[in-house]
Design a binder for this molecule. Structure first.
Ligand SMILES: [Mn+2]
Length: 541
């Protein structure tokens, strides 16, 4: 069954990772299908702490949800082992009705490709005028491919040149050595002469008569003797392909992996002289083969978006994916879907709150580990239920999860936030972009960054450095106004820094920085509405 990825936004936070993991786990329990939590960015310190605390590994990293080779529902699985002869591979191709057949070793590792193209080339290449090569091939195998009866067996392996001895017996006798194979009809004196020459094997074609004397001479001289009803030309044709498959195997055939994009794969296949590419796994083992037909079907990945509903925040390639559901707590975004989907958007503090509600609606109790993670998601997004975006639903969900985990939310939450701040070993430049949102107001481009801290010390101690970094940042990025909110979670206030046109800064009342904004915790709810209104009054379009 194809996988449906449950994935949060870019630069994932704890809420988006927790809700993806918890929702995939719930869906796997309540409905058919294969749901897999995924992420499209690195795990931050806070989330890493939450995952470790919950004993849950990070979701799989998916950088692009464009259809990939792994999404193709059908691959050609036919293959052939490397130890069989070229002619056997040719007959397998006929049997399977395929133009190409991949060759694998005993461990299923992909070695190369035998193609009609390669087979044809082995007949028409300039080397075709060289002596006919036979084998190396076991005598029994040779008899089998020639549909021959073994009259005398003196060799296990045959490897030499072949010669169809027609009338030029003496020339043939001169040419043939004791590794070589002669093909002949019913000329008994010639048969005996060839045996006396001490060749390796004599093949009697056309089901020709084979006298007792010839049999005895062959035995005496140690010449292997085969008799077939095929004509001499057919024998020669088969002998030409009696060698190991490597002799006609192409090693320049393209290989692909399951995560290669379908668009890339289509170009590779159509440019390949073999019109195919083989899919291999990380250990180079053969997975299957593509053909041009593999691209006829409309293939896409199925995705459930959690904690976001905007293309700009979503994983790359989202436009090509089938979005089957969205669960979010942010304002409505831009995602459009082809078909009607389940869409749940509630004005609560976190997506993890909605996922907790989903568990309760489905009457499924999350495991302790999943419950810990959901609690982390809620506490992270609501800053331990202190953020103004916090609703009764969030508090209720935390209480429910507290009963399952036995964890004190206050203590867990403050540890979580402290881990997440990670202000010490990160540069200011990074801090500015870590949680940055862009807005356009009155045709002006504005960035508002937010840093969460546990106290006001950070902003006060680093005041000059912050102002310098912000000035540099705005000149590099070209915003009209860049604001940084350093939010003191415990003290329930934000310290504002801003860079931009001096008149604008003064008009906004930001000349003396940091500006202390008591009670401002959420950029979205506490800061932006008031700021936006004031900005519009100051800047007239
Ligand atoms: Mn969230």
């Amino acid at each position: 069954m194809p996988i449906t990825y449950v994935i949060g936004h870019r630069q994932p936070d704890t809420d988006s990772i927790a809700s993806a993991i918890a929702y995939a786990s719930l869906l796997n329990q309540i409905q058919p299908g294969d749901f897999m939590a995924a992420r499209c960015g690195d795990i931050n310190k806070e989330t890493d702490y939450a995952l470790n605390y919950s004993n849950i590994p990070a979701p799989v990293l998916i950088e692009n949800v464009e259809p990939s080779v792994g999404d193709i529902p059908f691959l050609y699985k036919q293959k052939a082992p490397s130890h069989i002869t070229a002619i056997d591979v040719a007959s397998l191709m006929e049997e399977y009705d395929v133009r190409n057949i991949p060759i694998v070793d005993d461990d299923d590792k992909f070695l190369g490709l035998v193609s009609e193209h390669g087979l044809a080339r082995s007949y028409v290449s300039p080397h075709a005028s060289l002596p006919l090569k036979v084998g190396p091939i076991q005598l029994e195998a040779l008899a089998r491919i020639l549909q021959a009866e073994i009259i005398n067996s003196s060799h296990k392996i045959i490897e030499g040149n072949g010669s169809i001895v027609i009338d030029a017996l003496h020339i043939s006798l001169e040419r043939l050595g004791n590794n070589d194979v002669a093909i002949i009809g019913d000329n008994e004196p010639a048969q005996i002469a060839l045996i006396a020459e001490g060749i390796c094997a004599l093949i009697i074609a056309e089901g020709a008569h084979l006298g007792e004397r010839v049999r005895e001479e062959a035995k005496k001289s140690g010449v292997s003797l085969l008799k077939t009803h095929l004509d001499a030309f057919s024998v020669g044709r088969i002998l030409h392909l009696s060698g190991p498959v490597e002799t006609i195997m192409a090693t320049d055939a393209d290989t692909l992996h399951k995560d290669d994009l379908l668009s890339t794969a289509a170009i590779i296949v159509s440019n390949s002289p073999y019109r195919t590419a083989c899919v291999i796994d990380e250990d180079e083992r053969f997975v299957g083969m593509l053909s041009r037909n593999s691209f006829l079907e409309d293939v896409h990945k199925s995705v459930i978006l959690v904690d976001h509903n905007e293309y700009t925040q979503a994983v790359e390639g989202i436009e090509t994916a089938e979005i089957v559901e969205i669960i979010d707590h942010h304002r409505l975004g831009t995602v459009a879907t082809l078909l009607p989907i389940r869409f749940r958007n509630e004005p609560v503090g976190s997506t993890s709150t909605i996922i907790t509600q989903r568990y309760r609606e489905e009457m499924v109790t999350p495991t302790t580990d999943v419950a810990k993670l959901l609690m982390a998601g809620i506490l992270s997004d609501t800053l331990v239920l202190k953020m103004s975006t916090t609703t009764d639903h969030d508090k209720e969900a935390v209480n429910y999860l507290k009963d399952i985990t036995g964890i004190d939310p206050e203590e867990f939450g403050s540890n979580l936030i402290n881990k997440g701040m990670n202000l010490e070993d990160v540069s200011f430049d990074e801090l500015l972009i870590r949680d940055l949102k862009e807005y356009t107001l009155q045709n002006k481009n504005i960035s508002i960054s937010q840093i969460m801290t546990g106290s006001r010390e950070f902003a006060n101690e680093n005041r000059d450095l912050i102002i310098k970094s912000l000035n540099l940042f705005i000149s590099e990025k070209g915003y009209d106004l860049s604001i940084l909110l350093v939010t003191d979670v415990v003290g329930q206030a934000s310290l504002l820094f801003a860079s931009g046109d001096t008149n604008l800064i003064n008009a906004l009342g930001y000349s003396d920085q940091p500006v202390i904004m008591t009670g401002v915790m959420s950029r979205k709810k506490d800061f932006f509405p008031g700021f936006g209104k004031r900005f519009r009054q100051i800047v007239q379009t």
